[in-house]
Design a protein. Structure first.
Length: 295
């Protein structure tokens, strides 16, 4: 897979995740945030498990057992990051508006190149910094271009941006190091599902009726958003840097606004359209400017 193909895959993932904001909001009407997160990631496990099993069977034995405990510690750590990010976001979705959620989630975008620099000493091209800031400004415009009226849920979504940023920085490196992107994806989903359902069993009351009412939202976010979306992210990040992932995946806010207008009755103002244009311009600039020296 070339870098451009990986970037196109990121864009498809962004569209999938952008649409997921609406059913995530709907799902909160009948089940708790941890039950919803656990069930959708359990569905994601079912989607990717056959691919992970095949990948595991085809992997040479000496590679499969290399670095034993650290491998599982790494996979468990990635799963914990997704659990924290997805849980915080889902709790926030209980009271945050769809447009606010899309905007605040994008705060991880400038954090990714900074963390990549600190952890791996990878210095990104200079255009990444203004592009990342531009994406955040664009998502602010999408939220209305004025001071965001903060509610408790918004703070939970801000908190989710930290583990999401760490996961974006580390997951591509992990998948490449282990030469097993589907295994990495499946392990993340298992850890997230187990932790979420365990917490739900302790602090939430979940009924079969509630699960049935949220079945459509759980199905989409589990099969498509988790099973296809998160797996696509892992596969693409083996072939493109984390900064590409952060910037292109930030377009999920554009898709969230568009799908929010279509499905949830939100309205996209002229300011919101300007925000969409700014995000897309920043994404294009982040990919095009580094190539100018090659031309």
């Amino acid at each position: 897979m070339t870098r451009w193909q990986a970037d196109l895959l990121f864009l498809c993932v962004a569209a999938i995740w952008g649409l997921a904001f609406v059913p995530q909001s709907w799902g909160m009407e009948s089940v708790g945030p941890f039950a919803f997160t656990g069930l959708r990631f359990a569905l994601g496990v079912l989607v990717v498990a056959p691919l992970a099993w095949r990948e595991w069977r085809l992997q040479p034995v000496q590679v499969r057992h290399e670095d034993g405990p650290p491998r599982w510690l790494l996979l468990g750590g990635l799963g914990l990051l997704i659990f924290l990010g997805a849980s915080f976001q889902q709790i926030g979705m209980m009271t945050s508006k769809v447009t606010n959620a899309g905007f605040l989630t994008a705060l991880y975008v400038p954090a990714v190149p900074l963390l990549g620099w600190v952890i791996f000493r990878f210095k990104p091209h200079w255009v990444v910094w203004p592009a990342a800031i531009g994406c955040v400004v664009g998502t602010w415009l999408l939220a209305g271009g004025h001071s965001v009226q903060m509610v408790v849920g918004d703070w939970w979504i801000i908190a989710s941006s930290v583990p999401f940023a760490l996961q974006v920085v580390l997951v591509g490196w992990a998948a490449d190091r282990l030469s097993a992107p589907y295994t990495v994806a499946c392990a993340q989903f298992v850890v997230t599902a187990v932790l979420s359902l365990a917490v739900s069993a302790v602090i939430e009351t979940t009924t079969l009726e509630g699960i049935w009412q949220a079945a459509g939202a759980i199905a989409y976010t589990g099969i498509v958003s988790v099973g296809i979306g998160y797996t696509g992210q892992v596969v693409a990040q083996r072939h493109a840097p984390a900064t590409d992932a952060a910037l292109i995946l930030s377009s999920e806010t554009v898709f969230a606004a568009l799908f929010g207008a279509w499905l949830a009755g939100d309205r996209l103002s002229a300011t919101g359209v300007a925000g969409c244009a700014l995000i897309l311009a920043c994404i294009v600039a982040s990919q095009a400017v580094p190539m100018l020296r090659k031309w």
